[in-house]
Design a protein around this ligand. Structure first.
Ligand code: FAD
Ligand code: NAP
Length: 527
């Protein structure tokens, strides 16, 4: 009987429209890696899949697995920040990451748009000011509604949500600590999707007086004069917003801004920010932080160039030093899951060295810490475990954008890595400055609107990387990232008819190579 059912389910599964019906008829059947199996009958565990972490990756994997008939639970718990901030279900992106950040970015863009509006005939008074509390409240209200919808969605999809902190007991048992009780749950498979939390520097009172991005978007009071320590994605994005909202903003840079990114582009991003008023403390690291009687924070820092100590007072000191994976708390030693020196999980196709334990998202060693990456890896993994599918996650050419007020989006290789991989003589770099039509009558400076296409220097010139600094860079690069997946060449790019007048068409107009030495500033550009 079991065999007949398996055959029946397998053939119906291949015609996936019959799957919901099949699952209704045979609720205990599910599809598993490469063969069909009777999940709930061949083990006595509480769950088929127990997901630890209800963020981007964990939720996507849980919903997909449940949709394929698996019995799934998600265990999620947010440890409050030292500052006291906490939040609901949904993980970093929704609560303290992409979404509140993008909403603040939008607030900054609107502020700039109001300034431009006058030139377009709008009778906007001078001296308009931003209200931090209104923005904060609107963002937090939106987040609460998303937390609620997420819970409802899990219930509708038959995923059990457990608000508790998970810790392994053995490779099939997780101890769950909730506010009320502590108990064990067992599962055939586990998915570790615990993400990470911001790092603090090893200086006295950093934790007592500093905040991180986990606190910024829900700050009760306006941040005031702020120093952000760290010049990666988060440091630059948050500095960009705060500066436009009207706060005195400084970024402390230890080595170079956006280390590991295309350094020419990184310099353009920071010169744009500097031109708008963000201050940069180069080659500096924090030394001490003290609270003064006035309530202000006195920060001392060491400058590695001139070997001197400097200090200034700030209302807010924010650390954006990168994020540490939350693996220590999982008791992984007990089950033998291997981690890197930075405590990130080592996995091959998201499977750890313990075959029934998997991991996705920010917790993985040397994978992009981006929400869509975690989501896609989680979904594909569930399809492989429970859906008889084989597709694995492709971590190459993942597009990304740094949402500084003038956005920087890119996909593929930086000029440095293309040159290192293929040799300088074997790559061609096309580049151009451009002036967005939106800037024309507002007389905005376009000196930092710049794009670059890096390609192989052979007949078709396969495109290796595309970089764009300008308004809507994220939207623009998203489309081109699909083209790169389809093996875009320079020939195809320049034979594409642009949409006029748009910013994306600038990519179709590339003709000046760096090698030619010609001026990449068009006649009508860019001051
Ligand atoms: P998370 O979303 O972090 O979820 C992990 C969950 O597990 C959390 O709820 C955590 O509290 C919980 N947890 C941890 N340990 C346990 C435990 N032991 N038991 C139970 N639960 C536990 N990405 C983008 O793609 N675009 C952006 O614009 C972007 N902006 C960002 C801005 C900021 C300020 C930050 C901080 C991040 C941003 N990111 C962005 C990155 C993105 O948020 C992450 O890549 C994504 O959230 C990772 O998802 P995840 O599932 O790995 O982990
Ligand atoms: P990050 O990009 O790794 O940058 C960390 C910064 O902190 C670097 O400038 C680093 O300098 C500096 N730093 C580290 N330790 C320091 C110390 N002890 N003293 C002084 N400076 C120090 O990390 P992040 O900005 O916190 O972002 C974390 C991740 O979130 C990113 O990797 C990204 O994937 C994700 N994220 C994505 C987006 C997006 O998609 N738009 C936005 C935000 C975050 P060095 O270079 O010298 O090491």
């Amino acid at each position: 009987m079991t065999l007949i059912c398996r055959q029946l389910l397998k053939s119906c599964y291949q015609k996936s429209q019959y799957l919901p019906t099949m699952k209704r008829i045979f609720p205990k059947f599910a599809v598993q890696t490469n063969w069909l199996t009777v999940i709930s009958q061949n083990h006595n565990y509480d769950y088929d899949l127990l997901v630890i972490g209800g963020g981007s990756g964990g939720l996507a994997a849980a919903k997909e697995a449940a949709g394929l008939g698996a019995k799934v639970a998600v265990v999620d718990y947010v440890t409050p920040t030292p500052f006291g901030t906490t939040w609901g279900l949904g993980g970093t992106c929704v609560n303290v990451g992409c979404i509140p950040k993008k909403l603040m970015h939008q607030a900054a863009l609107l502020g700039e748009a109001i300034s431009d509006a006058k030139s377009f005939g709008w009778n906007v008074g001078t001296g308009f000011k931003h209200d931090w509390e209104s923005l904060r409240n609107a963002i937090q209200a939106h987040i609460k509604s998303v937390n609620w919808v997420t819970r409802v969605e899990l219930r509708d999809k038959n995923v059990k949500y457990i608000n508790g902190l998970g810790r392994f007991v053995d490779q099939n048992t997780l101890q769950v600590t909730s506010k009320q009780e502590r108990y064990n749950l067992t599962s055939q498979y586990f998915l570790i999707a615990v993400g990470g939390r911001p790092k603090y520097p090893d200086i006295k009172d950093a934790v007592a007086y500093g905040i991180t991005s986990d606190d910024l978007f829900s700050l009760e009071k306006p941040p005031g004069k702020t120093v952000i320590i760290g010049a990666g994605y988060i440091g630059l994005e948050c500095a960009g917003v705060l500066n436009v909202l009207g706060y005195d903003t400084t970024v402390m840079v230890r080595s170079v801004p956006l280390r590991g990114f295309d350094q020419q582009m990184a310099k353009v991003v920071t010169s744009e920010m500097a031109s708008k008023g963000v201050k940069f403390l180069q080659k500096s690291v924090p030394k001490s932080i003290k609270k003064l009687n006035s309530g202000e924070l006195k920060l001392e820092w060491f400058n590695n160039c001139n070997k001197q100590v400097f200090s200034d007072t700030f209302d807010t000191v924010m650390f954006a030093l990168g994020r540490k994976a939350l693996t220590k708390e999982l008791n992984l030693d007990k089950v033998g899951v291997l981690v890197s020196e930075e405590n990130k999980i080592l996995a091959h196709n998201e499977q750890t060295n313990i075959p029934n334990i998997f991991a996705v998202g920010d917790v993985l060693h040397q994978k992009p810490e981006l929400s869509p990456v975690a989501i896609s890896a989680g979904r594909l993994l569930s399809r492989r475990i429970f859906g008889n599918m084989k597709e694995t996650m492709d971590y190459q050419n993942v597009a990304t954008t740094i949402f500084t007020p003038l956005e920087y989006g890119f996909v593929g290789l930086s000029e440095e890595s293309a040159s290192e991989k293929y040799g300088e003589d074997n790559i061609e770099v096309y580049h151009s400055f451009f002036k967005p039509a939106e800037y024309l009558i507002a007389k905005k400076s376009a000196e930092n609107c710049y794009l670059k296409v890096i390609a192989l220097r052979n007949d078709d010139q396969k495109v290796l990387g595309m970089h764009f600094i300008g308004p809507q860079a994220g939207e623009i690069i998203q489309g081109f990232s699909t083209a790169i997946k389809c093996n875009l060449t320079v020939i195809a790019l320049v034979n594409t008819i642009g949409i006029h007048p748009t910013l994306a068409q600038e990519f179709t107009k590339i003709k000046i190579t760096k090698r030619s030495g010609k001026n990449p500033v068009p006649a009508s550009c860019c001051s």
